[in-house]
Design a protein around this ligand. Structure first.
Ligand SMILES: [Fe+2]
Ligand SMILES: [Fe+2]
Length: 215
């Protein structure tokens, strides 16, 4: 079956809109992040996302698309991105830094969920395309796909652990997904399951330290 060229174009426009909105969401999230390791992670991913916009621009050139055109799909993604930026700004205005940080983490996960799916679909499409276009898309996927895995899985880990900490329970920060440098869905599930072992090990170490101090 031939690939639907019109719908592939639509995917390109939505992917461009997602990367552009992603840069703005990261910039807002950076203002709301308190934890230094989270800040570092967000800075790194913001830079990678800026590079993804450059990569999309090159793809638009190869595929003969207009990078300034806004399709309805582009505008919908853009509007969702603006809503996420507004949500972070609203949380910052509340004045509770820890709450704002959680809102920011949730918002980056929202945009990264779309970003991750776009690149999964672009990877699928790249396997069907031949010639110059196929090669350009495959090269882009090779450069970007693993980064998108890390963006989504690591930031999901951050969001969960920040919530756990806010609930007064023991959190694993940075999250296991980041410590284990997870880049697949299976590894993300495994990392999540390993958090209890990490907490137990941490608890045993703290216990041994306490005994030593008391002796
Ligand atoms: Fe991206
Ligand atoms: Fe991303």
């Amino acid at each position: 079956m031939d690939i639907n060229a019109e719908q592939l174009k639509e995917l390109f426009y939505q992917a461009m809109a997602t990367e552009k909105a992603g840069v703005l969401v990261y910039e807002a999230a950076l203002k709301a992040s308190v934890h230094p390791d989270l800040k570092n992670e967000l800075e790194k991913y913001a830079d990678q996302t800026r590079n993804h916009v450059t990569i999309m621009n090159k793809l638009f050139e190869t595929f003969g698309l207009d990078p300034n055109k806004k399709t309805p799909g582009f505008e919908i993604v853009e509007t969702k991105g603006q809503a996420l930026v507004q949500a972070i700004e609203k949380a910052l205005a509340w004045g509770d830094p820890k709450t704002a940080q959680i809102v920011a983490a949730e918002c980056v996960v929202d945009i990264e969920t779309k970003d991750h799916m776009n690149w999964e679909l672009l990877a699928e499409a790249s396997r069907r395309l031949m010639g110059e276009k196929g090669k350009a898309l495959k090269d882009a996927v090779d450069e970007v796909e693993e980064q998108e895995d890390q963006h989504l899985y690591h930031l999901k880990g951050w969001t969960r652990e920040l919530w756990i900490e806010s609930l007064g329970m023991e959190a694993v920060l940075p999250p296991p997904e980041e410590r284990k440098n997870v880049d697949t869905a299976i590894a993300a599930e495994r990392a999540k399951m390993s958090r209890n072992r990490m907490l137990q090990r941490g608890g045993r170490r703290r216990g041994a330290r306490k005994e030593k101090e008391e002796a």
